[in-house]
Design a protein around this ligand. Structure first.
Ligand code: KG4
Ligand code: ZN
Length: 367
């Protein structure tokens, strides 16, 4: 698919990002790829005017994981109210929105369809451009919504609009993805490595389910690990010295085998802390290795697992040791949210075709 550059006139707005004109754009963004129904209004790709996230976690908890049919039904129930809340919070009427952005993949197809169609319908009704966004790309753009940028007027920004500088290596770690991406510029990506089996978040969730800790496993393991000794059990660090791909299913099996052999410990803290440390060590070392291989100065974190306190701390420490600059989004922008989609939409609007209203959800979309 060839991207066609469109002019501000065609977009029905007074300027275009990168054109050198005054940049003022308010994008309404929608994200429903998994189990969060989210809508946001983002100004100039950096300033969050609103970011409403309706989590379905309570509905899925009892099943120990996401039930896709339940997820899509819940999205349908709340999408209109969530979008209205986002516009109300931003104190902006729908007709003052300059463009509408939405995730169109990857994710659960039934979930994607709800937000995507809602966004397309809004863009059509408002006669505004529609910007389809790759969910993984959205996670990367959470790094452009920095607190600093939200407080600093555009003309006073030392670093321009970006909080992180190109080229940078981004570790995207979520429930569905574990990927190292070289981000060369807006919309310009090179995948350096990805998981060959489970995603890191999936491993957290599966281990938590096996240990009966609850759902979602990531935040629960993170919390529990704070009371445990991460060196108590030496779990394998798979493929640590083999390229930039990952493998997490062996680590999950190692936890299962440990319990089979030694029985379920009364206090799980040491066990989960040791598991978490093994996962974090692999993620940190490969990210640093990727940055060194590509000789970049900046690294960035993205995706739900980047909310993990040990990962944030260890990666920051290692980056400092290596003299690298690091960007870590605030916690609420690590897990699924629409603000990150709004930021990506702002930077990528130049690349869209004249109309994207025929675009369909792609559950297996890659970056
Ligand atoms: O990005 P996200 O909200 O949704 C996907 O795109 O998958 O990521 C959700 C994943 C879940 O697997 C969840 O367990 C994990 O992120 N997660 C964490 C933490 N918070 C969320 N994993 C480890 N530590 C955390 N604090
Ligand atoms: Zn996500």
């Amino acid at each position: 698919m060839k991207a066609i550059l469109i002019t501000p006139k065609e977009l029905n707005i007074g300027w275009c990002p990168g054109s050198g004109d005054l940049i003022i754009m308010k994008i309404l963004a929608i994200e429903t790829s998994c189990d969060e129904t989210s809508a946001a209004v983002v100004k100039d790709g950096a300033e969050i005017l609103s970011n409403v996230v309706a989590s379905q976690v309570e509905f899925h908890k009892k099943y120990g994981g996401i039930v896709p049919e339940v997820a899509s039904r819940k999205h349908i129930e709340v999408i209109a109210a969530v979008v209205k809340q986002a516009l109300d919070d931003a104190k902006i009427p729908a007709k003052k929105i300059d463009a509408v952005a939405s995730t169109y993949g990857p994710g659960l197809v039934g979930s994607l369809i709800v937000g995507l169609n809602y966004a397309k319908a809004m863009a059509y009704a408002l006669k505004k451009p529609f910007i389809p966004i790759n969910h993984i790309e959205g996670h990367i753009y959470a790094n452009f919504l920095t607190p600093l940028l939200r407080r600093t007027p555009l003309h006073k920004m030392e670093r321009g609009i970006e909080g992180v500088r190109f080229p940078f290596v981004c570790l995207v770690v979520s429930g569905g993805h574990t990927q190292l991406i070289l981000v060369k510029g807006h919309g310009k990506y090179e995948t350096l490595g990805r998981t060959r089996d489970d995603a890191a978040g999936e491993a957290f969730d599966k281990v938590a389910r096996f240990l009966g800790i609850g759902y979602p496993g990531g935040p629960l393991i993170d919390e529990m690990s704070k009371k445990g000794n991460p060196k108590a059990i030496n779990f394998p660090r798979a493929m640590l010295n083999e390229g930039l791909d990952f493998s997490f299913s062996g680590l999950k099996t190692a936890v299962v085998n440990y319990v089979k052999k030694n029985g379920m410990p009364k206090d799980l803290a040491d066990l989960v802390a040791s598991f978490q440390q093994a996962a974090v060590d692999i993620l940190v070392e490969k990210t640093i290795k990727a940055a060194k291989n590509k000789k970049v100065r900046w690294i960035a974190l993205a995706g739900g697992v980047s909310a993990n306190s040990r990962l944030r701390q260890d990666l920051e420490n290692r980056a400092k040791e290596e003299g690298l600059e690091i960007s870590i989004p605030p916690l609420n922008l690590c897990t699924d949210n629409a603000a990150m989609i709004g930021s990506a939409g702002y930077y990528l609007i130049k690349k869209i075709k004249k109309s994207n209203l025929d675009i369909e959800a792609v559950s297996t979309l890659r970056i």
